[in-house]
Design a protein around this ligand. Sequence first.
Ligand code: ATP
Length: 228
Amino acid sequence: MTLLALEGLTASYGPVPALFGVDLSLGEGEVLALMGRNGMGKTTTVKAICRMIPSQGGLRFDGQDLHRRASHQAARLGIGLVPEGRRCFADLTVAENLMAAARRGPWTMERVQALFPRLGERSAQRAATLSGGEQQMLAIGRALMTNPRLLILDEATEGLAPIVRQEIWTAIAELKRETGLAILLIDKSLRELTAVADRAVILARGRTVWSGEMRTLPPEISHRYVGV
Ligand code: ATP
């Protein structure tokens, strides 16, 4: 079943248009890569989905019109966002950060700590003192604690050391394998995206220019629109 559907979505920052027609659909349990060069509208699309900026056109989640919902309501419907820049509460401990996000469901503190053992080891540590990779794990853990039906990861491996990036990719693969979670992924690593994503949507200048199964993505399209 289709969980998230965008049709001809447009959005702007004040008077400046940024999205001109984004089409995207994501089924239950599916992993979708949202790709495109810098500044092509990936984060803006995520902000529109999460109701952080106004948008127009088709925007439905689980059959409901998201345009009728505020951002906290979108979260309550089951959209869990790990935003660019891995935001956590710096002065709270790891455990407090996780508890503050908790909503009923299969994801508990224990389960998050099983996915990211480092968070268990550091549960009493203040988030501000975590490494970048640990903060990213905490940001993902916080999103999981909301027990979402859709997890959105915006540049989750950006700026991390290769070994930590690998830990994050392993966790994403585990989420795909062991849960029915739908995942929308934005990342610069085509190789890693290819390994985990079922389908891809490519944006250029605020529009969908290609969508299809990840394994059918023609090299000339990724070269032209993703830059690899
Ligand atoms: P990146 O990979 O660099 O994060 P992106 O594909 O996520 O790129 P967006 O951040 O969605 O791109 O940006 C799309 C367009 O909207 C760009 O032209 C950008 O300059 C513009 N834009 C983004 N954020 C704002 C903002 N807060 N105010 C005004 N314009 C913005």
